[in-house]
Design a binder for this molecule. Structure first.
Ligand code: SF4
Ligand code: SF4
Length: 109
């Protein structure tokens, strides 16, 4: 079994924990991965896009104005639940998950 954000985000409903016969889930649920905006972001390349901001259920992505280009997305790692809702809709496939090793960090484009 694997988590596939491109197929839909995690809603933290707990159904996986209920179905799993092994005691591998801890509550409250906390993802072992973080999410970051990668180099393929359209806004970074000068093409206006706010899709990730619009779909995030936690309002964890805000758009920051900049000189000479479209607003850039900024992901607040503290507010992000790593649900993955922003991964599938990104038209550039620029949002990626990464394994959390230490503490969460704020990620810029
Ligand atoms: S949806 Fe993707 S391309 Fe659009 S601003 Fe967000 S990261 Fe960039
Ligand atoms: S993974 Fe984080 S930034 Fe992306 S939609 Fe979920 S809460 Fe928002």
């Amino acid at each position: 079994m694997e988590l596939a954000p491109s197929a839909g985000e995690c809603t933290f409903c707990g159904a996986c924990a209920e179905a799993c016969p092994e005691p591998v889930f801890q509550t409250p649920f906390e993802m072992a991965h973080g999410v970051r905006i990668g180099e393929g972001c359209l806004a970074k390349a000068g093409i206006a896009c706010m899709t990730c901001r619009d779909v995030c259920p936690e309002s964890a992505i805000r758009m920051e104005p900049r000189m000479g280009g479209p607003f850039l997305p900024r992901l607040d790692a503290e507010a992000c639940t790593s649900c993955g809702a922003c991964i599938g809709p990104c038209p550039a496939d620029a949002i990626e998950a990464f394994e959390i090793s230490d503490e969460k960090e704020e990620v810029h484009v």
